[in-house]
Ligand binder design. Structure first.
Ligand SMILES: [Zn+2]
Ligand SMILES: [Zn+2]
Length: 208
């Protein structure tokens, strides 16, 4: 049942949606999100990564007037009708591309095996190739491979890869990655990952 990993890398484009929602403290919703929420896809705009600040800059405002009929009127989870006082948001997500298949994704699609670099996390989170590698496990849980394990036994030893340990040690070129404990590491786990209802290993780019 092995899940094969695939690497997606950021494009300089992001998708925008027109979103209405009500914060959960004000109202509950029987739908899956627990609060009233609705989004309508608007368009795709250029937004390059900021290599100096190491972050995604704010996307340009949609400028869509609140009287525009494209704003969702009704909650996607129930029959609630939004009022003028509820939240109005330009919702944006960067587009990532799999160079092998040419398919495009956003990270919140959370497809098992999808792997990407979260380099904005900073140097304590970068691995041997200078990237912070993340992946979606079978079952949907997200795993920051170069990040700290919750049961790390050397929590004070976090810093640049060259001088500090990693809770998981990875080898291989993403997405063909093997993760274990062979290297400068702590006593947490045995190189396996526990995420939601999944517990297993990542070897040669395949979840066991
Ligand atoms: Zn609702
Ligand atoms: Zn550790």
């Amino acid at each position: 049942m092995g899940v094969q990993c695939f690497l997606v890398t950021a494009t300089d484009r992001c998708k925008r949606w027109l979103r209405r929602y009500v914060s959960s403290s004000r109202a509950t919703c029987p739908g899956g999100m627990g609060y009233h929420n609705a989004m309508v896809y608007l368009d795709t705009v250029v937004r390059p990564y900021d290599d100096v600040q190491h972050c995604w800059p704010l996307a340009p405002s949609s400028g869509v007037d609140r009287s525009d009929p494209r704003w969702p009127a009704k909650c996607e989870g129930c029959d609630y009708i939004f009022t003028a006082d509820d939240q109005w948001q330009d919702f944006t997500r960067q587009i990532y591309r799999d160079a092998v298949t040419g398919k495009e994704y956003t990270l919140d699609e959370q497809i098992p095996g999808m792997m990407w670099y979260a380099d904005w996390m900073g140097e304590s989170y970068l691995g041997p190739d200078g990237h912070c590698l993340c992946v979606v496990c079978p079952g949907g849980g997200e795993w920051m491979i170069d990040g700290p394990a919750s049961n790390c036994t050397m929590k004070e030893d976090r810093g640049p890869y060259a001088t500090h340990h990693r809770c998981w040690v990875r080898t291989g070129e993403p997405p063909t990655v093997t993760v274990g404990k062979a290297g400068r590491t702590c006593a947490a786990g045995g190189g396996s990952i526990q995420a939601r209802d999944y517990h297993g290993f990542l070897q040669n780019g395949v979840f066991t």
